[in-house]
Design a protein around this ligand. Structure first.
Ligand code: CA
Length: 361
């Protein structure tokens, strides 16, 4: 392969093995690839090529847009391909970096995990330069792209196995100023719900990697079930535009889609997560966005081999709103069946709702 530009080195053993000809410092619009070496039977000196678009002009924040972290989630790739085609430098103050399908092998395969190495892109951070393809890509994002970014939007859905009521997700970050700016960005995104989430498993998340570097990080969860709806893609598109306007990277004010502002929720504790106790066939009894109370029957698991056995009822352990549920009709013991979220208790939220000030850094 030709010699390609290598960027800054990294403490974990040298520069990334993923390389690119895209110059992230150059003004204008570039479309190219992140090339990860992949020597295989059908291509001795082959690569996995991750499409990347950079649109840059003048001074302003850098926004990193990622889609396709999981290959069975489609709102991000669709909305970000549109952005990559249409966004022009004349409309931008700052820099926009767009990776519509950054776990491309998984996206081409329509699976959560990469078919090359079986890894989950959002569990391998900070990545490894000497790792598998998925780990190499994460290492490039960690060491080359996150340092450039002021704001990171990593668009998700529930994939084939979960469905969310459309929400923009953030974590409870400790830094008060970063938290304020993240909530402002979340509300500007304009999804029906915002969710301050306790992660069931926080190991290796891009979210945490970005937050530790002081970046504003949002991870919208816009639907799921292995499909898209017109609405879920529309929320992604309007949210992307709103975020760019909120940050003054693009001119204009955020535009609200619906009649109501974003309702900010959180998961108060582990009791918000209802887990399957048995294998079986799952009958949903409560639809997304419904209000529930502790003890509400959310669904019940039937036993197809023993029809005489009564179904096992899965109940909410907390009061709240059903923000997420299991998607497929079959469940296994240990599956997350439902997530119940509560209104966020922040007394200052009224102020956050009213301020959509441009990024001050
Ligand atoms: Ca996901």
């Amino acid at each position: 392969m030709p010699t390609m530009a290598r960027q800054s080195s990294d403490t974990r053993g040298g520069p990334p093995r993923v390389s690119t000809r895209v110059d992230f410092a150059a003004p204008g619009k570039q479309q190219g690839f992140l090339d990860g070496p992949q020597s295989r039977n059908d291509s001795a000196w082959g690569s996995v090529r991750i499409p990347v678009t950079v649109v840059s002009r003048g001074n302003g924040p850098t926004v990193l847009f990622l889609g396709g972290s999981h290959g069975d989630e489609y709102e991000g790739p669709i909305a970000l391909m549109k952005l990559a085609r249409t966004l022009q430098p004349a409309a931008v103050s700052g820099r926009v970096i767009i990776l519509p399908a950054y776990n491309l092998p998984a996206v081409r395969n329509g699976t959560r995990l990469s078919p090359i190495d079986g890894r989950n892109m959002n569990r391998v951070y900070p990545g490894r330069r000497d790792g598998t393809v998925t780990e190499m890509i994460a290492h490039f994002v960690q060491t080359q792209l996150l340092p450039l970014a002021d704001v990171v939007l990593d668009i998700h859905s529930g994939g084939k196995t979960m469905i969310f009521a459309p929400c923009a997700v953030m974590h409870e970050v400790e830094d008060v100023d970063l938290k304020r700016r993240t909530i402002e960005a979340l509300l500007a995104f304009g999804a029906p719900y915002g969710l301050v989430l306790i992660e069931p498993d926080d190991q290796g998340l891009l979210d945490s990697a970005a937050e530790e570097m002081g970046k504003i990080f949002l991870g919208p969860e816009l639907g799921g079930g292995g499909m898209v709806t017109h609405d879920s893609v529309a929320i992604a598109e309007s949210g992307i535009g709103n975020l760019l306007r909120h940050l003054a990277v693009v001119k204009g004010e955020p535009v609200r889609r619906g009649a109501k502002p974003t309702r900010l929720l959180h998961t108060q504790d582990r009791g918000c997560f209802t887990v399957a106790e048995e294998n079986g066939m799952y009958e949903v009894l409560v639809d997304l966005s419904a209000a529930v109370t502790a003890g509400t029957a959310l669904g019940q698991i039937h036993f197809v081999e023993t029809p005489g056995r009564p179904p096992v009822v899965a109940r909410a352990e907390r009061d709240g709103l059903l923000i997420c549920r299991h998607a497929p009709g079959l469940v296994q013991s240990g599956d997350c069946l439902a997530v119940v979220a509560q209104d966020y208790p922040d007394a200052d939220l009224g102020n956050h709702r009213m301020t959509a000030s441009p990024l001050s850094t």
